[in-house]
Each structure stands twice: as structure tokens, then as C-alpha cells.
Design a protein around this ligand. Structure first.
Ligand SMILES: C[N+](C)(C)CCCC(=O)O
Ligand SMILES: O=C(O)CCC(=O)C(=O)O
Ligand SMILES: [Fe+2]
Ligand SMILES: [Zn+2]
Length: 447
């Protein structure tokens, strides 16, 4: 069951604030049977939903009691009505002046040039205006006015920064295993209703996979879905591509053979972030799909075999892809099988055994340790307790995080008169997250 799958993880509950708020993103999550996010995603209340066992954050209040300049430290101090305090560097305030000389309103972009920013500026005076804004006069008599709520959101405290980053990027993930019930949404609803689109994209971000049901069983649907987001990612396999058993196949995917768990396109240095696969015809026999949570598997590898984890996060492996499709191509890439960020958090899996190059740019003594490490990772992800299996039906579209999930399919036999046929398309996370933020804003009805 969904909940029991996620029981290992902190189950966030709503903060017991004077008036408990249920934000619409929370409702969207409930609709898809998703656990609540730990941050409220309504932009106006950046605050943490109180996670069991963690300290509650002060309830946000956007009105100011007092403001003063700490000239020595060159910081402006705001005292909020709720008793909290925020500090803002003079330099940052001057840099972000919202007046029409400093900001192009129509583009919400900075006009002020770095060349004209005095990073040692003082402050002549600061006060709270009658309408509750902060008004600053700079030594050259330039004036800046800041909105209280605007400032509050940009508070430099760890908690406020963390909440803002979660609101912007939704980096909180729910790891899963074979017990996952894949979230589902209706294709038509996602196309036409922002609430449904929001629930879809939130689940795609946090769980990494969503099944859309009810698409027409004909070509062109992944392109429509990509247009709902913005635009798709063109690759050498075309704007969209047809997964079928083809003679002289230019890719192992275009055969009827088994595909072991892989991410698509590690032969690119920047693999597509998101993948759509639409089932138009299913096979007579076989062709079932398999997926695993690559981030969760990487976490297990780190725990069980830290040496192998170190190897896969440090060595770069060559990938290659040559052929003709949209046009002729001759790709070479070097990717770490497990990418981590500067804090050691896993950000991306790059692994397709079919396109891993025979050129292996490693000193002799690292070759066997590399194979051992890769085998350890593949062994973990192949355990039945980690793999989710499903069979796509005509009209189903699977949408998934290609940086996180590994997917595969069993070999198949088609009806001679009715070949198995999937249509696929790629997108990138920037465009998907852009649409997510817009539908969230529309659903919440704020600026
Ligand atoms: C499905 N297709 C052919 C577009 C890409 C397969 C993935 C890969 O070659 O890494
Ligand atoms: O045929 C399938 O079910 C999956 C195909 C696939 O993984 C691919 O085209 O890269
Ligand atoms: Fe694939
Ligand atoms: Zn200005």
C-alpha cells in the first residue's frame, strides 16, 4: 500500500498554527493518494508543515514591528510582529532595489549594472512607512521601497532559505520499492485542468513516475502532452520516436529483445530529464515493463557497499551511439554512473548497458573494481523487492523521471498483423518545473 510504502519516511502533518491551513497542493496530493509534502507549496506561506519529531517553525507574519540599520555590520534588521527577526545586508538591499531605474518591471529583471553597484554602501536612513513597507534612503539620496512580504520570503535564515528553495525546486523525493502503487491520472484531465496537471507534475517530481490513462491509441499524443508543458526535447531519434521491432535497428530498443534496466541516453552529457512512453499496441506475449527507483537503489548501495558507491560516483565511463535517424550521428560521452552534487546527494543516474562503450578509459588496476561496483549496483536494483512490474495497455502513457528511474522491458512476440508499438518523447526538467510552477500559481490563485 501507498502509505505503508512510505511509512519509513517522516510523514509530515500540518503545523498546529492558530488557523490550520490546507493548501491546494495538499489537496492535489490527497487526490492522487500522495503523502503530503513537508513544505506548504502555496507561495504566500513559506513555512514548513511540521514533520513529526522536528521543531516547529515560527508562524509567518508579514507585518513589521520595527526596522533599524546596524551601520557597523552594514545590516538592516527587521523585527516582525510575531517576534521573529530577519537581517538583510545593505549591499543586497541596494542591489535589489525595485524602483523603475533599477528594475525593468515588464521583465522582472535587474537593470542596475554591477559597475554601478557600490558593494560598500552605507545607509542614510530607514523607516517603516504608514502602509507597512520599508523605505530606505541611500547616501546618494537614491530611494528604495521594499514590501514586507517580499522581504520575509527572502530572509537569509537557514529555515527561510530552505523553505524558499523547496518551494522553487521541490527537491524532496519519496523513495520507493516494489510495493509502490504507481500514481495514476487521467490524460484528458491533465490536458485540460490545471488542478489535475498540478497533481500529475507534483507526483512526477516527488515519486518519479505517473501513469496517464485514457489517451487515444494513435500517434501524436506524447507531442500533445509535451505541448501542455511547453516543448519537447529533440534528439537524434527525432522529435518523437517509434519503439517497434525494426529491421536494421539503429538501437536495441527497436528490436523485440529484452531491455535490461537502463536510463535513456547516457551517450549524451546532458541526458533528457523526463520521458513519456505511449502504448499504441501491446505485444501478443511479453513486453511487460519494469521500473526501479535509481536514487533509492543508490542509497542502498552506499549503505551496503560504500566502496562500490564511491567507484560509481567517481569514475567516468565512456558511452557511444552511432547511426542515422533524424540525421546521422556519432556520439561519445563520459558520464559517472551515479552523479552526486557537492553535498554528496544523488542527482542523476547514467546507465544503459547497450550504449556503454568498449572504450574504457581506466588504468588497468581500476578495471576489475569498476565491473565489481557496477555489478553490485545492478544486483541491488534487480532484487524482486525493488522492481515494480506493469503491463501497458493501448492508451496508457507512462511519464517518468529519466534522471532517477531505470526502466526495462521483457522480450516480446507481436501479432504479425498488429506489431507492438510505443511512441516516445523526451523533455527536460527545467521546462517541466516551469509548467509546474505556473499551474501551481493558477491553482492557488495568487500572483
Ligand atoms: C528509445 N531511443 C531509441 C530513443 C533511445 C534509447 C535509449 C538509449 O539509447 O540510451
Ligand atoms: O519497449 C519498451 O517498453 C521500453 C522501450 C525503451 O526503454 C526505450 O525505447 O528506450
Ligand atoms: Fe528506454
Ligand atoms: Zn532603485
Amino acid at each position: 500500500m501507498w502509505m505503508s510504502t512510505l511509512a519509513r519516511f517522516a510523514r509530515p502533518v500540518f503545523q498546529r498554527s492558530p488557523s490550520p491551513v490546507v493548501c491546494k497542493a495538499m489537496k492535489a496530493c490527497r487526490r492522487m493518494e500522495l503523502p503530503a509534502p513537508s513544505f506548504c507549496m502555496t507561495p504566500v506561506h513559506i513555512r514548513r508543515h511540521q514533520t513529526l519529531g522536528s521543531a516547529p517553525m515560527p508562524v509567518a507574519s508579514h507585518s513589521m514591528r520595527h526596522v533599524r540599520a546596524l551601520d557597523e555590520e552594514r545590516l538592516m534588521e527587521v523585527e516582525w510582529e510575531d517576534g521573529g527577526q530577519s537581517l538583510y545586508p545593505f549591499t543586497w538591499l541596494r542591489d535589489n532595489c525595485q524602483c523603475p531605474h533599477c528594475t525593468l518591471r515588464s521583465a522582472e529583471a535587474r537593470l542596475l549594472l554591477m559597475a554601478d553597484l557600490d558593494i560598500h554602501t552605507g545607509m542614510d536612513s530607514v523607516e517603516v512607512t504608514k502602509d507597512g513597507k520599508v523605505s530606505i534612503v541611500w547616501p546618494d539620496q537614491h530611494m528604495s521601497v521594499f514590501d514586507a512580504e517580499w522581504l520575509k520570503k527572502r530572509c537569509f535564515s537557514d529555515a527561510a532559505r530552505q523553505a524558499m528553495q523547496e518551494e522553487l525546486f521541490l527537491n524532496e523525493r519519496y523513495y520507493w520499492d516494489a510495493t509502490l502503487r504507481i500514481p495514476q491520472a487521467d490524460f484528458q484531465e491533465v490536458l485540460h485542468d490545471d488542478g489535475a496537471a498540478l497533481a500529475w507534475l507534483l507526483a512526477l517530481r516527488r515519486v518519479g513516475i505517473v501513469h496517464l490513462k485514457g489517451a487515444p491509441a494513435e500517434q501524436g499524443q506524447v507531442a500533445r502532452l509535451a505541448e501542455r508543458i511547453g516543448y519537447l526535447r529533440l534528439t537524434f531519434y527525432g522529435h518523437t520516436w517509434q519503439v517497434q521491432d525494426k529491421s536494421m535497428a539503429n538501437n536495441v530498443a527497436y528490436t523485440s529483445g529484452k531491455l535490461s534496466l537502463h536510463t535513456d541516453y547516457p551517450a549524451l552529457h546532458f541526458a533528457p530529464g523526463v520521458q513519456f512512453l505511449h502504448c499504441i499496441n501491446q505485444a501478443k506475449e511479453g513486453g511487460e515493463s519494469e521500473v526501479v527507483d535509481g536514487f533509492h537503489m543508490a542509497e542502498q548501495l552506499q549503505r551496503e557497499d560504500p566502496e562500490a558507491f564511491r567507484t560509481l560516483t567517481s569514475l567516468r565511463v565512456d558511452f557511444t551511439d552511432t547511426g542515422t535517424d533524424y540525421c546521422d550521428f556519432m556520439l561519445q560521452s563520459k558520464n559517472r554512473i551515479i552523479d552526486v552534487d557537492s553535498e554528496g546527494k544523488v542527482t542523476k543516474i547514467n546507465y544503459n548497458n547497450a550504449t556503454r562503450d568498449s572504450v574504457l578509459d581506466l588504468p588497468l588496476h581500476q578495471v576489475q573494481p569498476f565491473y565489481r561496483a557496477l555489478k553490485a549496483y545492478v544486483d541491488i536494483m534487480s532484487r524482486p523487492e525493488n522492481v515494480v512490474t506493469y503491463t501497458m495497455k493501448p492508451g496508457d502513457i507512462v511519464t517518468f523521471d529519466n534522471w532517477r528511474l531505470l526502466h526495462g522491458r521483457k522480450s516480446y512476440i507481436s501479432r504479425p498483423d498488429r506489431l507492438r508499438h510505443l511512441e516516445g518523447a523526451y523533455l527536460d526538467w527545467d521546462e517541466v518545473m516551469s509548467r509546474l510552477r505556473i499551474v501551481r500559481r493558477n491553482v492557488h490563485g495568487d500572483a
